[in-house]
Design a protein around this ligand. Structure first.
Ligand code: NDP
Length: 612
């Protein structure tokens, strides 16, 4: 036994698998999927594809209103949870002169647009749904379905008087800083001209659907739609199922990410024939949803939601906590690591260095993913299909999924899994078929479950320009990579704030992250007013320093990202820190980031800002 194997054996005496063999398998599966074109494999949402994204099936057609010409203190771009959080946190600070602009016909953002059957939040609702304590609301289940979440958005809209402040069915077309007036000019698709002292851009991270540039994609003559605009007119039914109009239809679902995992069971139940085209399998752990225990909920103490959110984030980061409050599939790897460390402590323990910690984390990950793969074998009857459904990568290389109906769907006689990993995706689309591995699968309908421009470059992801001081476009300012302080504000873009997932602490619990950013932004806006100033702008020095810090920290996560199978988490397999990236993370994590912001606020100097 060599030294390395010996160490492994000492640390994990009961290990029943060969880590080196798994590492090799993971590498081979990643390499098979790596594409030279990276993120460019996805097509721009050009005019010919516009109907996949622009149409709003949830409003009456023909809405018109007169353009408005007005001035307000703050414009919030977006009426999803991040925009609503911004509004709520402004109101908390008695800043009430704001206007919201929202493309959809109601609040909710992601939860307004995504109404596909089975849509559900994969994060525990007690952590995910914002303002539960403030509004005294108890989610029905541990994991809420989309309609309940959409209802909650509307509730926030009502309770915080946001409806009267919002222009719906309106898209921002440009933000332009008027230097002489110290105002932003907000232009919209309804020809509005709104002048605002501050702008909070909360336009969402999963707002722009993504289509793969599959050859022939424009040629298809059958029906097709993207999951974010589910066409119930075509399928019949609603969120709970009943897709009876599919009973004589051959359907292709392209993509097997978090969305497909939730929708496929419903399509499989109703379609005459369903082909699921899979490039990379998702990890599918059990969901185990359950109704909320009312007694438990009633006895939660004030501050419980923040505590729970922070606990969840801490467990995910591997920070020791007394109790894993959420204790679900998300935190399982952390629990495995903790158990393993406890064993070390019980047996006398020894000092654990970084390399050993990384090894322990990797072994826990292998254990978790082995159980995910074992679950496939236990559930899927056909062994060849089961083999194809097994994910070979570390759990957090892709967004993990949790579902109890997806895998059994492949036991249905009308459902076929088509593995397109060797060809790096679907080969071609013709007038009436999807072609994969040289075989033509004739279908009546293609459902694209191909995701969103979540981490692609802002120019591709944001559909309006932001013109700052000196006429500079934000996209040019960020041409070589994002340039911000705290991920929230940029030099040359005075009084402009953005809520999102760039250069700040990241959490899979998006709403909690956005809420903290919103509260921080509201603080700054209030402070500028308190100081009797008009304009707050980040200095170049502060921006440079933050970008450098982010890049230095980023290196820590680089090896992990490089070893991952391609996807939007790792810039489609090109996670280099050399070129511009659509997303960079503050690697110490969301709790550390929030602590940093709290300290910054406590100092009370708005450090890094120049006020005038
Ligand atoms: P994803 O980006 O996760 O998945 C897209 C899928 O399309 C992948 O399986 C991808 O394969 C596949 N694909 C892309 N191009 C091709 C091609 N040419 N041929 C075949 N397959 C292709 O999108 P989702 O909509 O599933 O999820 C996006 C995100 O939305 C999630 O990660 C999550 O953040 C969020 N979400 C959250 C939910 C929640 O519960 N909170 C629920 C649903 C979504 P490959 O993996 O190989 O690239």
């Amino acid at each position: 036994m060599d030294k390395k194997t010996n160490k492994l054996h000492n640390l994990f005496p009961d290990l029943d698998f060969d880590p080196e063999a798994l590492r090799a398998k993971y590498r081979a599966e990643r390499d098979k999927r790596l594409r030279d074109d990276g993120d460019d494999q996805y097509v721009e949402m050009a005019e010919e594809f516009a109907h996949y994204a622009e149409e709003d099936p949830y409003v009456e057609p023909g809405f018109v209103r007169d353009p408005v010409n007005e001035e307000v203190d703050v414009v919030i771009v977006g009426g999803g949870f991040s925009g609503m959080m911004a509004a709520a946190r402004l109101k908390e600070r008695s800043i009430t002169d704001f206007r919201m602009i929202e493309a959809g016909g109601d609040f909710g953002g992601t939860w307004y647009w995504n109404r596909y059957p089975g849509a559900q939040c994969d994060i525990e609702s007690y952590c995910y749904l914002p303002l539960l304590e403030e509004l005294n609301v108890m989610p029905k289940e541990k994991y809420s379905y989309a309609p309940e979440i959409f209802e909650h958005s509307k509730r926030i809209g009502r309770e915080f008087d946001l409806y009267e402040r919002t222009y719906f069915q309106t898209r921002v077309t440009e933000l332009r800083w008027l230097e002489d007036a110290n105002r932003w000019l907000v232009s919209t698709s309804r020809d509005d001209a709104i002048r605002a002292r501050f702008v909070i851009q909360a336009a969402g991270v999963a707002n722009r659907p993504k289509l793969p540039g599959i050859p022939g994609i424009k040629d298809f003559k059958g029906h097709s739609f993207h999951t974010c605009r589910w066409d119930y007119d075509y399928t019949g039914g609603d969120h709970t199922g009943g897709l009876t109009k599919l009973s004589d239809k051959r359907v292709a679902v392209i993509g097997t990410g978090a969305t497909a995992i939730q929708a496929v069971p419903y399509v499989g139940e109703y379609a005459e024939k369903l082909y699921v085209f899979q490039r990379t399998p998702s990890s599918v752990s059990d969901r185990g949803n359950k109704p909320t225990d009312e007694e438990w909920f009633d006895n939660l103490q004030p501050g419980w939601q923040r505590e729970r959110r922070e606990n969840f984030a801490a467990v995910l980061m591997g920070t020791p906590v007394e109790e894993d409050l959420v204790a679900d599939g998300w935190t399982e790897v952390s629990r495995l690591i903790a158990t393993n460390l406890a064993r070390n402590a019980q047996t006398g323990g020894h000092e654990i260095d970084f390399a050993e910690m990384a090894l322990r984390a990797e072994i826990a990950d292998f254990q978790k993913m082995n159980s995910v793969r074992a679950r496939v074998d236990e559930t899927v009857e056909d062994s060849e299909t089961a083999e194809v459904l097994k994910p070979w990568y570390r759990m957090f290389c892709k967004r993990p999924t949790f579902n109890d109906e997806y895998l059994p769907t492949f036991n249905r006689p009308n459902v076929e899994l088509i593995d397109v990993s060797d060809a790096k995706g679907v080969e071609r689309i013709t007038e009436n078929a999807v072609v994969a591995n040289g075989v033509e699968y004739e279908v009546d309908c293609i459902i694209y479950a191909t995701g969103f421009e979540i981490t692609s470059l802002p120019r591709k992801r944001v559909d309006f320009d932001i013109i700052g001081r000196d006429g500079e476009s934000l996209f040019d300012h960020w041409a070589e990579g994002n340039r911000t302080l705290h991920g929230l504000y940029s030099h040359g873009f005075p009084n402009w704030f953005t809520i999102g997932i760039n250069q700040n602490g990241l959490s899979p619990n998006m709403t909690s992250m956005f809420d903290d950013q919103a509260a921080h932004i509201a603080y700054i806006i209030q402070e500028v007013g308190k100081r009797g100033k008009e304009v707050a702008e980040v200095t170049k020095e502060a921006e440079d320093a933050w970008v450098t810090e982010i890049k230095n920290l980023q290196v820590l996560g680089l090896t992990f990202a490089q070893e991952c199978t391609p996807g939007y988490y790792n810039n489609e397999g090109k996670p280099s820190t050399g070129g511009p990236l659509g997303i960079e993370v503050y690697t110490p994590g969301i709790n550390a980031f929030n602590a940093l912001l709290a300290k910054w606020r406590e100092a009370g100097t708005l450090e890094g800002f120049e006020l005038r």
